[in-house]
Each structure stands twice: as structure tokens, then as C-alpha cells.
Design a protein around this ligand. Structure first.
Ligand code: MN
Length: 205
């Protein structure tokens, strides 16, 4: 993943039709090729006049928005968040979704059962009013389910993000129309659980 200016729209790790029938080809193409591309273009545009920021990683900028020039923070939150959240979302899906047994055990401990975890995650994603994301995060000790509005990211100083679902309508409207609940049910079939568990091995800091 290239995390530095100038940002580029790297190809997905699977083809646009790979997640059929759960996520349709046209949605994946528009989502990656147009929506994410726009965030990348606007992030580059925001950073273009600021060579002093161009050697900072995307994660560093998102962690330290309050220390960056105030006139830039909105553009970086929206467009930097848009790049981070979308890449994270696309990298959280796979054509070969298999449940990692250690992760299943840990989520069962944390939420009562794996089905209970899915139910809580689904309800959180359904609860986002308007546009945003549902997230599974880890703080080094505990798992939590949280939501973010628009293109906000979880607080990266507090949490290691493990999994997200994009619930902006553009993520599902062509196939699922206004039925976000059906999109979420379909999406559970393409989650890359191995990737989720691998991310938990990362460090905060
Ligand atoms: Mn999106």
C-alpha cells in the first residue's frame, strides 16, 4: 500500500466481479475507480501546495490532524479519511472468506458468541444515520464495535482498526437499493477474517 504523496489508486487485490453475487461488479468498479479515485485526487490536490507535509504517511496525518495546519484539517479529514477508509474496506474483503478459528474464539469470548458479534456489528452498521462506517476495533486489550460518520476514521491513537463496512449508499444502492440490511448480510460472506486477525497483531503507536 503506498501511503505517501502523491497517492495512487492501487489495483484491488481481486477483480471487480470477484465478489459476485454478494457485491455486484458495477458497484465495485464505480466504488474503486470513481469514488476512491476522487478522494485520492482531492487528497493530492490538498497536499500539492504543502511540500513540508508530503513526506508524512497517511496514517500519521490522520493521527495528528490537530497538529497540522488548521486550514487543511477538513480537507485531510475528508479526503485522507476517504482514502484510508476505502482502502481498508476493499482490503477487508476476499473471494475466499474463511473464518479464522482463533478470531472466532476471541470474538465469542468478547461478545458471547460469533453470531452475537455479527448481530451487534450489523446493528451498529444499520444505526449509522446517513453516510459512514461500522468498525470492529481493538485497543490492545478489548474488542469494540464503533461507528464513524462521513469519512471520519476511528481514533488511530486509541484503536487498531480490524474491520470496517462502508454503509454509504454508493456501496450498495445499485444491487440492494435502500435495503442496507440485505447488503450487510451479503457482505458477511466476503469478509477476509484472516486479514482481520492479522491486523490485530499490529502495534498501536
Ligand atoms: Mn465508499
Amino acid at each position: 500500500m503506498d501511503n505517501f504523496y502523491p497517492f495512487e489508486n492501487t489495483p484491488l487485490p481481486y477483480s471487480y466481479d470477484a465478489l459476485e453475487p454478494y457485491i455486484d461488479t458495477k458497484t465495485m468498479e464505480l466504488h474503486h475507480n470513481r469514488h476512491l479515485q476522487t478522494y485520492i485526487d482531492n487528497l493530492n490536490k490538498a497536499l500539492n501546495p504543502h511540500p513540508e507535509l508530503q513526506n508524512l504517511s497517511l496514517e500519521f496525518m490522520l493521527k495528528n490532524l490537530c497538529r497540522l495546519p488548521a486550514e487543511l484539517s477538513l480537507a485531510l479529514r475528508r479526503n485522507g479519511g476517504g482514502v484510508y477508509n476505502h482502502r481498508f474496506y476493499f482490503d477487508s474483503m476476499t473471494t475466499a472468506s474463511t473464518l479464522n478459528p482463533q478470531l472466532e474464539n476471541e470474538l465469542t469470548t468478547a461478545f458471547g458468541s460469533f453470531e452475537a458479534f455479527k448481530e451487534r456489528f450489523k446493528n451498529a452498521a444499520l444505526s449509522v444515520f446517513g453516510s459512514g462506517y461500522g468498525w470492529l476495533v481493538y485497543n490492545g486489550e478489548n474488542y469494540s464495535i464503533i461507528t464513524t460518520k462521513n469519512q471520519n476514521t476511528p481514533d488511530l491513537k486509541l484503536y487498531i482498526p480490524l474491520l470496517n463496512i462502508d454503509v454509504w449508499e454508493h456501496a450498495y444502492y445499485l444491487k440492494h437499493y435502500n435495503e442496507r440490511n440485505k447488503y450487510i448480510d451479503d457482505w458477511f460472506n466476503v469478509v477476509n477474517w484472516e486479514k482481520v486477525y492479522m491486523r490485530k497483531g499490529g502495534q498501536i503507536g
